[in-house]
Design a protein around this ligand. Sequence first.
Ligand code: GSH
Length: 214
Amino acid sequence: MPPYRLHYFPESGNSYKLALMLTLCGQEFELVWTDFGGGVTRTAKWREAVNEMGEIPVLEDGGHRLTQTAPILLRLAERFGKFGGTDEAERFEVLRWLFWDNHKLTGYMATYRFQRAFTPSPDPQVLAFLRKRLDDFLGILEAHLRDREFMVGNQATIADLSMIGYLLFPKEESGYDFARTHPAVSKWLARVAALPGWRAPYDLLPGKRLRRFI
Ligand SMILES: N[C@@H](CCC(=O)N[C@@H](CS)C(=O)NCC(=O)O)C(=O)O
C-alpha cells in the first residue's frame, strides 16, 4: 500500500500541487476522490473525521492527516531533498512566494475559476471584482518572470509547484489565455511542464468531474 493517500477532487488545483510534487519526487500515492460538488466537505461528519478546516486537499502521510499545501510542500521538499531551494536566501524567497500564492494568486484564481466555470449563475459583479484583482496579481507574476526561468534561483522549487497549481488547467475554465496575454508566464508554465515526470492536472487527478457551465 502506498504510504500516501491524497483526498482530492479533479478540479482542485490545491490537490494538483501535492499530486505533482509527489509524482516529481517519484512517490506513489493512493487517490481518495471526494464529493466536493455534493457538499461532503461542508458536513460536520467529514470535518470531524477528515479535516476540521473543511478543505481539500488532505494528505495522509504514514497515517497522519496533513492539511495546508504550503507546509506539506515544505515537508516533502525537506524529506526528498528536492525543490526546496539551495541556500537560506532561496528558502526565504520560497516561503515569501508561498505566502503570496496562498493569499493572492491561488486564493483569487481558485475562487474566480470556480465561480466562472463551475457555478450555475455567478454574480457578474463578483466575477469582475475577482478578475480585476487577478489581473493585478498576474501582472506582478509576469514582471517577476520576465528575466527569470523559475520563481526562485535557477531551478524549479515548491514556489513554482504551488503557483502553477491553478494555471495549467484548460484555459476555458479560467478564461485566461496566457500565451496571448502573459508571455513570460506562458513560457514559465512550459518550463514547469517540461520537468521530468510532469503530468497534466486531469491526468494526475482522474475521476468524476464537476459540471462545467461554460
Ligand atoms: N490554503 C489551503 C487552501 C485549500 C482550499 O481552499 N481548498 C479548496 C478546494 S481546492 C476548498 O476546500 N475550499 C472550500 C472552501 O473554501 O470552503 C491549502 O493550501 O491547502
